[in-house]
Write a protein of this length. Structure first.
Length: 310
């Protein structure tokens, strides 16, 4: 391959196998396009943002640098590869994109799995959290009024999404925020705090909070000083832990916020991330359904092999 520094002002030198945004420049240093690019083996995948004229300018720069175009499918042509790669448009976060790209290379792992059907159920189970790569988990912040939910939402997401203040009950609606940590995306929801004696609008707000709590993948229950957890199966975190070294999370101590982000990522993605690519390639829902049908006797291994691999 010609040296990467020969094209686009050398920007391709920084490109890795993880897709990233790059500014493509011509030989005169003028910006041609804002694109996404990643490296795959001996090739670069470049997704342009502009129209036909921009693409033509990009192709001319590539040709002048001695780089040639290759087929769009860099991984092969079997159904397993092509259908796995269709998941790229759904992947949320760089880590999810990386896992899809890795999975698309595991044709031999699928072939081996079909030859060892007793391994299918364990592999489906251990990669069950794959769905969060494409539909980020819903995390509901829960706790009494003034537990610090809104302040924590703002700090976790890095922007002022919810109103904060000393007055209790400022949050009357459900507020959504998103964060990306370690390449994974999470969805967080702040809701009205619960308290005894709410009537009218306050009672309606608390009913709304309970409704949204029922749809969450995880309830993050904040317990401020003097409070005790109330919900079963919630992830309990002591809030407003402002004293140095105190257990829990405090918006005044950034290291505790970062630790909470890592804890949430570990909760949803830790098991999947710890697997080698050869055991986390079962990402396409249709493939998983076919393998479940194999276990139930409704399909046989040859049928799956012919469709996905041959």
């Amino acid at each position: 391959m010609p040296e990467a520094h020969q094209v686009f002002g050398g920007v391709l030198q920084t490109v890795t196998d993880i897709p990233q945004r790059v500014w493509l420049k011509n030989a005169a240093g003028e910006v041609i396009d804002e694109a996404m690019s990643c490296r795959e083996g001996n090739a670069f995948l470049i997704t342009c943002h502009g129209g036909p004229g921009v693409r033509l300018a990009v192709e001319e720069e590539l040709a002048q640098a001695g780089l040639s175009q290759t087929a769009a499918n860099l991984y092969g042509e079997c159904t397993f590869v092509s259908r796995t790669l269709t998941l790229l448009q759904l992947a949320r976060g760089p880590a999810a994109v990386r896992m899809v790209l890795e999975a698309a290379k595991e044709t031999e792992s699928l072939r081996n799995l079909l030859s060892s059907p007793e391994q299918i159920r364990p592999q489906l189970a251990e990669s069950e959290s794959f769905r969060y790569l494409f539909s980020p988990p819903r995390i509901q912040l829960w706790g009494p009024v003034n537990a610090g939910k809104s302040s924590l939402l703002n700090k976790l997401c890095g922007q002022p999404l919810a109103a904060v203040g000393d007055e209790p009950g400022l949050t009357r609606d459900v507020i959504e925020g998103r964060l990306e940590h370690q390449g994974f995306e999470l969805r967080l929801f702040d809701a009205p705090g619960h308290w005894v004696g709410g009537v009218g609008v306050d009672a309606e707000a608390q009913a709304l909070a309970r409704e949204w709590r029922g749809e969450a993948d995880l309830v993050l229950e904040l317990t401020p000083p003097g409070a005790a957890p109330e919900l079963p199966n919630s992830l309990v975190v002591a809030s407003r832990a402002d004293a140095p070294g105190a257990d829990g999370v405090s918006t005044q101590r950034p290291e505790t916020v970062e630790a909470l982000k890592s804890r949430l990522v570990e909760h949803f993605f830790g098991r999947l991330a710890a697997l080698p690519p050869s055991r986390r390639f079962l990402l396409h829902p249709d493939l998983r359904n076919n393998l479940e049908s194999l276990g139930e006797g409704r399909l046989n291994a040859d049928q799956i092999r012919r469709y996905w691999l041959d």
